[in-house]
Design a protein around this ligand. Structure first.
Ligand SMILES: Cc1cc2nc3c(=O)[nH]c(=O)nc-3n(C[C@H](O)[C@H](O)[C@H](O)COP(=O)(O)OP(=O)(O)OC[C@H]3O[C@@H](n4cnc5c(N)ncnc54)[C@H](O)[C@@H]3O)c2cc1C
Length: 322
């Protein structure tokens, strides 16, 4: 029987698995087809693709800066230079913070941390039970497994649904507000734009990234990622599936109007709704560990809305387990 079953291959799951794997047997179960969670990379062909969720890292804490500096030296991540334009004059320009991205895609950190770890994809945990002092895990595809300890790294509402009857602390009494957003992946003619990203002050379109400016590939077309504001996401993420074309056009038209980028032809679009995109209110604790039943929870939502918060949470949990 494995020592630790870890649910999720985003930064939190990858970090805790990498640390535990040095001492224990670990297996990761991930409901998606690939690694990275909300920092996934949507491949179009070969090296060409889009950062689907997370756009860049801006390390704030000393610990995370040390970690990312190591990754830069190992050529896992790199600096995203370029011209980041602010169309919103009310927002202070974030000059102080560097922008770091994966060398090939923003799931490179998770891939690196999980390199030697046994991962099972398309494996969605649906129910957990305690049986004879260990965990009995049931998956949506009717498979199941046993594990001595269980670590869950999903967004707050999903962990609450799975594990609330096993958590005796006040953790799930917290009100963790998760934001939603819509993302459009867009491939156009070569526009000649020299802008790497646009921050806007619009009610609908919040941010645009020029994927070609990340210099991971050379391509004869432009790739863009358009992200809605949280306000727009809150209103429309639940029903976007019924009107994908409509919402795709709303975001593309806003992009054209606000940035004046010259789009003559559209080759490809894809829209995705992030129901649990990020959260805004940090909790008082960084992770949850119940040694008696071997249940751990770590995720970004303990500390804030960024990838760094997931990494810090996983480190905190590891220190508790140790
Ligand atoms: C559109 C968007 C833009 C963002 N931009 C930035 C940014 O610029 N900078 C930044 O720092 N952060 C950004 N973020 C936030 C960042 O992506 C997250 O903070 C970080 O990825 C969270 O990592 P995590 O491992 O805690 O959670 P996740 O990445 O969500 O990982 C959880 C994993 O668990 C899996 N899972 C969930 N339930 C189950 C189940 N029942 N069974 C099996 N697997 C399951 C999920 O598929 C997922 O892979 C952005 C997020 C989004 C959505």
């Amino acid at each position: 029987m494995i020592d630790f079953a870890v649910i999720g291959s985003g930064i939190s799951g990858a970090t805790i698995s990498n640390k535990l794997n040095k001492k224990y047997s670990v297996k990761v179960f991930e409901k998606a087809k690939g690694v990275g969670g909300r920092s996934s990379f949507k491949r179009f062909k070969g090296k060409i693709g889009f950062d689907h969720g997370l756009q860049y890292l801006s390390p704030r804490s000393r610990k995370f800066k040390t970690f990312t500096n190591k990754l830069i030296r190992k050529r896992i991540i790199k600096l995203w230079k370029g011209n980041h334009e602010f169309l919103n004059e009310r927002v202070k320009r974030d000059k102080k913070h560097v922008k770091l991205i994966g060398l090939r895609g923003n799931n490179d950190i998770s891939k690196h941390l999980l390199k030697t770890i046994n991962c099972k994809f398309q494996s969605e945990l649906s129910k957990i039970q305690r049986q004879k002092n260990c965990w009995f895990l049931k998956f949506k595809d009717n498979t199941n497994t046993y594990a001595k300890n269980l670590i869950i790294t999903a967004p707050f509402p999903q962990v609450k649904k799975l594990a609330s009857s096993f958590v005796k602390t006040k953790l799930f009494r917290n009100k963790v507000k998760m934001n939603s957003s819509l993302t459009v992946l867009l491939m156009t003619n070569k526009t000649g734009s020299n802008v790497s990203s646009f921050f806007t002050n619009d009610d609908i379109l919040g941010w645009v990234s020029n994927e070609n400016s990340k210099k991971r590939f050379k391509y004869n077309k432009d790739l863009w990622v358009l992200q809605s504001t949280y306000d727009y996401g809150k209103k429309h993420t639940d029903n976007y599936r019924n009107k994908k074309k409509f919402y795709t056009n709303v975001l593309i038209n806003k992009f054209k109007k606000l940035t004046k980028v010259k789009i003559k032809k559209i080759y490809f679009t894809h829209i995705h709704g992030w129901k649990y995109s990020s959260n805004s209110k940090p909790l008082k604790t960084l992770s949850h560990w119940d040694k008696k039943i071997g249940l751990g929870i770590c995720a970004d939502w303990f500390g804030g809305p960024r990838l760094e918060n997931g990494w810090l949470s996983a480190n905190d949990l590891y220190n508790k387990i140790k």
